[in-house]
Write a protein that binds this ligand. Sequence first.
Ligand code: C5P
Length: 219
Amino acid sequence: FQPKPLAGRRVLLTAGPTFERIDAVRGITNSSSGKMGFAIARAAWEAGAEVVIVAGETAQATPPGCRRINVLSAQEMLTAVEQEVDDADIFIAVAAVADYYVLNPSEQKIKKDAHILTLELAPNPDILARIATRPQPPFCVGFAAESENLLEYAEAKRKRKHLPLLAANLVQQAMGADDNEVILLDDNGEHRLPRGLKLDVARKLIGHVAQLYVHGKTR
Ligand code: C5P
């Protein structure tokens, strides 16, 4: 038993939703409380890591010992992650990143009238996939929240994004809740974590990351 298995390691995390501006007061976002990401940040710090959280808009308090960078949009999140990632040993992407951003957002509040309003949306960069396919990537961990076919979709996502580890959960069970049930998928197969408080699940996840990363069972 090692109380601080991530001592001396640097962990970079994304957490919370992104917000894509439509105009001065409106935007497109995802529902994400940020609870799971912040719980993982806390668990990583407890495990001895130096932790940086790149956070979208969320009411979560910064856990002790963690450095926090606040961002709004996916593009800002990517920029912050790219600035920090060279120093990171482990990258854990927990954020619910909006799939699209609004082309040409309005500086002013859009006034309503009787016409149909059309928004043009363009795809956002996949932050996790970009980091995971770098020449010298940190150990990358992703999340997959699915509403059906959990294991099949999650394993496909793990392969597509080139991840050594992915945590899969059902959206219906996780969103906004204080507890969660997660299945970890890695090169050795699936590992079911017992349902529990997000902080307990986070501690188990960090324990698994430490085993894979510290014992060199990356790939
Ligand atoms: O493809 P999907 O959005 O389901 O993938 C989820 C995983 O990828 C999460 O770990 C999420 O943080 C990350 N992701 C990302 N950038 C995106 C979309 C997802 O980092 N644009």
